[in-house]
Design a protein around this ligand. Structure first.
Ligand code: PHE
Length: 330
């Protein structure tokens, strides 16, 4: 018979210990077989052999569980050693995403108009000449088309240069009254510190019955809007020209950087131009088949607002994807 207690004593790990148990007490184990062989043993010897086998079995069990416990302790301390967490090590930071500053400003603008019951309308970024120009009182070869450097696909399609085509699409699809804004991306062939080829606009349009909408309404909502966005600023309407509005105005706010005294940002004028607006031109209503209506429209550049709100010098930096810059803004 194998010296099982010695075998247990020698076992180096739990796996070996288990194989020893199987060798001794498994179905075909040595001790198990010895018990089975008892049947054939000499009657007189039987009690003696049985007694010593039982003693062996008991001492095996004791030695086995003691050894198992000590090997488990070893295994545990080895695991603890190996899996120790070094809290002083540098770990990758878990960055939490945030809204892009432009979207942040966009949301603020949209909120303002939604609270005043404007609907949100959208249109395609790939437009055609009719919606982007023609219906907006910009016939072919009209010099005002040069105001907007357009990306053309060469097959009559183009990238919309402003959100104004959404006015046309909305009016063609609905009857007045209309009270909408159209936020979205627009595209122009422009690239310098205050222009990027893609930027965002929010268009506004109100249409109601004849003589129901006045310039005073337009002035009121834009003053409320601009003081909501920029705080305590003065608002000024300056006569201007857009083919799709008549009369037209550009709207300035007093420079909140220098409080109107004149600085680099406002080019020493004390004023910052922030949007264009006017009463919808009769030719636009005609193009969409509207009769006996009145309305106003306005359009603004979201990046321009972001620039003025966050004091960003170079607009292009908003689109360079430098998280360090973007994190500082919102
Ligand atoms: N579409 C004009 C632009 O992109 C802005 C505008 C919209 C002006 C509506 C007047 C009325 O410059």
């Amino acid at each position: 018979m194998t010296d099982w207690l010695k075998e247990i004593d020698k076992a180096q790990d739990l796996e070996i210990l288990e194989s020893i148990r199987i060798g001794a007490l498994g179905k075909k184990g040595e001790i198990t077989q010895a018990f089975a062989a008892l049947k054939e043993a000499d009657e007189a010897q039987k009690p003696l052999i049985a007694k010593s086998l039982n003693e062996l079995k008991n001492s095996f069990a004791l030695a086995f569980s003691a050894k198992k416990e000590s090997l488990e302790m070893v295994a545990l301390s080895q695991a603890l050693q190996a899996e120790r967490i070094d809290v002083s090590r540098f770990a990758p930071r878990n960055e939490i995403g945030a809204l892009h500053p432009v979207m942040h400003v966009m949301d603020e603008i949209i909120d303002f108009f939604m609270q005043r019951n404007f609907t949100i309308e959208t249109g395609p970024m790939v437009e055609d000449d009719f919606h982007n120009f023609e219906a907006l009182n910009l016939p072919k070869h009209h010099p005002a088309r040069d105001m907007q450097d357009t990306f053309y696909f060469g097959d009559g399609r183009l990238l919309r240069t402003h959100t104004s085509p959404v006015q046309i699409r909305t009016m063609l699809g609905k009857k007045p009254p209309i009270r909408m804004i159209a936020p979205g991306s627009v595209f122009r062939r422009d690239f310098d510190i205050t222009h990027t080829p893609m930027f965002h606009q929010v268009e506004g349009l109100i249409v109601d019955g004849k003589d129901k909408v006045s310039f005073a309404h337009l002035k009121h909502i834009l003053e409320a809007f601009l003081t909501h966005m920029f705080g305590d600023v003065a608002v000024r309407f300056r006569p201007s020209f857009f083919p799709f509005t008549e009369p037209s105005a550009e709207v300035d706010i007093s420079c909140h950087f220098c409080k109107g005294e004149g600085c680099r940002v406002c080019k020493h004028t004390g004023w910052l131009e922030v949007l264009g607006c006017g009463m919808v031109d009769g030719n636009v209503f005609e193009a969409v088949g509207y009769e006996d209506v009145s309305g106003y429209a306005f359009g603004l550049g979201v990046e321009r607002f972001a620039m003025l709100l966050y004091g960003i010098g170079d607009l292009r930096s908003l689109f360079e994807g430098d998280v360090r810059l973007l994190e500082q803004l919102v």
